[in-house]
Design a binder for this molecule. Structure first.
Ligand SMILES: Cc1cc2nc3c(=O)[nH]c(=O)nc-3n(C[C@H](O)[C@H](O)[C@H](O)COP(=O)(O)OP(=O)(O)OC[C@H]3O[C@@H](n4cnc5c(N)ncnc54)[C@H](O)[C@@H]3O)c2cc1C
Length: 461
């Protein structure tokens, strides 16, 4: 049997293994540096048994039946919550001191009326500009909305989220946090305008639950009825093991041995000893490409520093005051949290037997934080954001022992990724594919990553 090695056991790598193991053509091994599989899609169980996901974990369909069926069939249809139509993604934004439950796009009507009026003028004055190719997010937003809206509204938001200005940031950042549309008009007024795809593409409808569903994509969100994404990931792992796939966690890749245009073998450390997989027929990397390039003598120059990302897990004894929102972004300055998710709103099973509501705050900081100050800050922000009425409503707070990294897609960092990609391409290796989060290629969201994994491995099927 031909040997395939997959490096990276996030959902991207696991999906690739599922697809490749559908036939018994291959002897497949997945190697992952973490202790558990699933990558960013997983849950954390604390010593006292409290279970939380890392941030929001809905799986959005890739709109490719090959990909979607593979992941859907892991559990029976009756065990999925399907989030469809206007309930696919109920998201909000905290902006100008108010929680917008009706839309996650910036509502320019929250500004003083003079700014709102100028913004409307700027938007319509700018229609001619849209064909200019953007090289950074400032240009991208200016092309879409005009200089006035970008300077007055977006620059503040970019500073809050990325501590940088738009001219230094890749245009992908406008997709990661929804800056691609703005709210300018009331529902009554904008209804007619929605007939124009040009307008619909830039101006948001101000009531997400009341939007004409026929104008929306048919993409669905999927989340298991049973709370905890790790349960789902474990089912993938069990199925792969049943198909004979070897899954090895907590490994450190030591060496990739190649001759000319072919990978031959891999050495990795696991359980304090070095193991080798030789006679490799194909190597598929499901990790960011700049990490791949490191194994092929690519020297990474000094990068703009990422932020320290913390997942803060809380139980509240009061239903979080965020309406039907699955999550909301925090765009106002003065908050370290950038997103708050209420699991109960898309998975009723998330509420504990004691009637507690689990929520997750995603916070980032320029410097590392100790637990005590992190918890003080999180509670303070939760109260300021009015998600709970009083301190006593927060009955549990915890954070995974290891903090994560919030990548900042500055132009400098994305150029390094591009150089890494060019470097790997220049090696001309025939039996190797790779894909993972890469803002430069507009690969960030899981459904795009899954689709790219499919495209990379499809010649092997
Ligand atoms: C803060 C944040 C919020 C996000 N929010 C959303 C969202 O709301 N919706 C959405 O669709 N996407 C979101 N994403 C993106 C989403 O996390 C990715 O699309 C998805 O995780 C990509 O899957 P993956 O398998 O490629 O990578 P990952 O999930 O990152 O998995 C990579 C795996 O590779 C392993 N690995 C890494 N390096 C090595 C190595 N050298 N050797 C061996 N193993 C290695 C890791 O341990 C990990 O298990 C978010 C990302 C971040 C950072």
């Amino acid at each position: 049997m031909k040997k395939i090695v997959i490096i990276g056991g996030g959902l991207g790598g696991l999906y690739s293994a599922l697809k490749l193991s559908e036939t018994s053509k291959y002897d497949i091994t997945i190697l992952d540096s973490s202790a558990q599989f699933g990558g960013s899609y997983g849950s954390y169980t604390y010593e006292d048994g409290a279970l939380f996901d890392y941030g929001i974990h809905v799986i959005y369909e890739a709109m490719n039946e090959d990909v979607d069926k593979t992941l859907r069939d892991i559990i029976p249809t009756s065990e999925w919550n399907f989030l469809v139509g206007n309930k696919k993604d109920i998201a909000g934004t905290y902006y100008k001191g108010k929680l917008q439950e009706y839309s996650h796009y910036i509502d320019i009507r929250s500004q003083e009326s003079q700014i709102h009026q100028k913004a409307i003028g700027s938007f319509f004055n700018n229609i001619e500009n849209e064909k200019i190719e953007a090289t950074n997010v400032y240009e991208y937003l200016t092309n879409r909305f005009g200089k006035y809206i970008t300077d007055t509204i977006h620059e503040d938001v970019l500073q809050k989220l990325y501590s940088d200005n738009g001219k230094n940031l890749h245009l992908m950042v406008s997709k990661i946090v929804p800056l691609e549309r703005v709210i300018l008009y009331s529902e009554e007024f904008v209804k007619d305008l929605m007939g124009s795809s040009y307008i619909r593409n830039k101006i948001a409808y101000p009531d997400q639950l009341n939007f004409d569903e026929s104008l929306k994509s048919k993409q669905r969100g999927l989340y298991p009825k049973q709370f905890g994404m790790q349960g789902y990931v474990n089912r993938i792992v069990d199925l792969l093991k049943k198909r004979g796939v070897k899954l090895i966690s907590s490994v450190q890749i030591e060496n990739i041995n190649k001759s000319e245009d072919k990978i031959n073998s891999i050495e990795y450390i696991h359980d304090d000893r070095t193991d080798t997989i030789d006679n490799i027929s194909h190597l598929h990397w499901a990790i960011p490409e700049e990490s791949v390039a490191r194994f092929f003598d690519f020297n990474i120059s000094e990068k703009d520093k990422p932020k320290h990302l913390y997942y803060i897990h809380l139980y509240t004894n009061q239903k979080p005051k965020m309406g039907k929102l699955y999550y909301f972004y925090i765009l106002d300055k003065g908050f370290s949290s950038f997103r708050i998710s209420s699991y109960y709103n898309y998975c009723t099973d998330a509420k504990t037997n004691d009637g507690l509501y689990p929520i997750c705050m995603e916070m980032h900081f320029d410097k590392e934080q100790d637990k005590k100050s992190l918890f003080i800050q999180a509670k303070k922000e939760l109260l300021s954001l009015n998600v709970v009425d009083k301190d006593d409503n927060i009955v549990y707070i915890n954070t995974p022992s290891k903090s994560s990294v919030f990548p900042v897609p500055t132009l400098k960092n994305t150029k390094i990724t591009k150089d890494a990609d060019n470097h790997i391409q220049s090696l001309g290796i025939k039996n190797m594919t790779y894909t993972g989060v890469c803002p430069e290629k507009e690969l960030f969201f899981l459904h795009d990553i899954l689709l790219e994994n499919f495209n990379q491995i499809k010649d092997l099927l």
